[in-house]
Design a protein around this ligand. Sequence first.
Ligand code: 5AD
Ligand code: SF4
Length: 438
Amino acid sequence: MKSQKKYFIKTFGCQMNVYDSWRIAAMLDARGMVASKDVADADVIILNTCSVREKATNKVFSELGRIRDAKKSGALFGIVGCVARETGAKAFHRIPDLNFVLGPQSYHRLPQILENPDAKLLNIDLGGLEKFDEMPQIVHAPVVSYIPIQEGCNHCCTYCIVPYTRGPELSRSFNDVIRDTLHAAKTGAIEICFLGQNVNGYKYTDENGKIYRLSDLIRETAKMPEIQRIRFTSSYPTEMTDDLIQMFKTEHKLLPFLNMPIQSGSPDVLKRMNRPYSLDAYIKIINKLRDARPDIQISSDFIVGFPGETDNDFEQTLKIAEQIKYINSYSFKYSPRPHTAAALMPNQIPENIKRERLAVLDSALNEIQRKFNEKCIGKTLPCLCEGADKTGHHLIYRTPYMQQCIVACPKDTACPTMANIKITAANRASLRGEYVKN
Ligand code: 5AD
Ligand code: SF4
């Protein structure tokens, strides 16, 4: 019997890439291939790449060098995603035996290289979102299922390569999103996370001129009995419209947790970032969210060391982090990217200052997180199980605020997927808890 062909996929970057990799895997599964964890054993090797920071891009090329040495002869290897779009044909110059380079909106063309392995395949067009309809569905949806609803971004923040790599905003049709969500619900999903670079900018107009927004998707999804938790990421502050804010009041399946990056607490830096909102406007939106859902927690992304950022600008970032009490946040050193305006700005900040500011901000954010986690001790929270830890003796649950909560495996009963968990201990990184008998 002929042995089954194997594929190896490694994913870098955001949830959108994670989802795209799932769809690529589903496509290869449908062609009779099987996943492998070993590059040396694989017939097709795919790196799904991220170019949002320079370090991520460099990682891809060092990884490609390692793969070239480790792969078996005749195996196909290539890159998909944002580095493919950023690098284009130049990737073949850097790694001449690379077989394919496919941008984030053309990875559904991968079968072409499987059918014609002697050719080189390059496609980095921004071709729209056909990929979602041309690829086979994920057969068994994960408990937490990501559903992309829009891709690309019209905001043009001056540091960000995404408008170049993923193109202008495109929203999928309401019916397509609901069809995919229903499929996920029927095949195992309990939590739905709607995805988009600018997810709350979702706007779809049907043939009759009817406009659908993210709030419509949430309302429809909340009707699905299998789905118990809904969230979405990542949101642009000024697109947090009242209809969406009201969802936090009316739809209890919507988790009380929102990622709404502020990036900097300095009005001057925000202006140069081309993020034209005032701190007052941002805080007003948070207050409206807290009126709608008093326990809502906000997470943010931050960039430190943006060109021209002074000590005073940085102090203002620390101040806003303390004021909003962000949890589960990410902070990054500014990284100059090709095709962006900020890369050409004067007063680029030296690496050592960026590193120092990042350490200060990280420790402030960690302290806020630790205090929030400790405040949860004694509370009972409805949590979703995401699997066992490495020892197999504990289960990892997620609280409604996306904290990790570790629970000892029950000896006599099956592990419930959704459970009420009483929080018994906390540190900065995680919580510990125990089941509450209903
Ligand atoms: N340098 C550093 N961080 C960046 N991000 C986007 N572009 C850059 C860059 N050039 C961060 C932003 C964004 C997150 C996904 O990545 O904080 O929200
Ligand atoms: Fe990039 Fe987000 Fe700004 Fe869009 S809103 S340009 S994706 S940082």
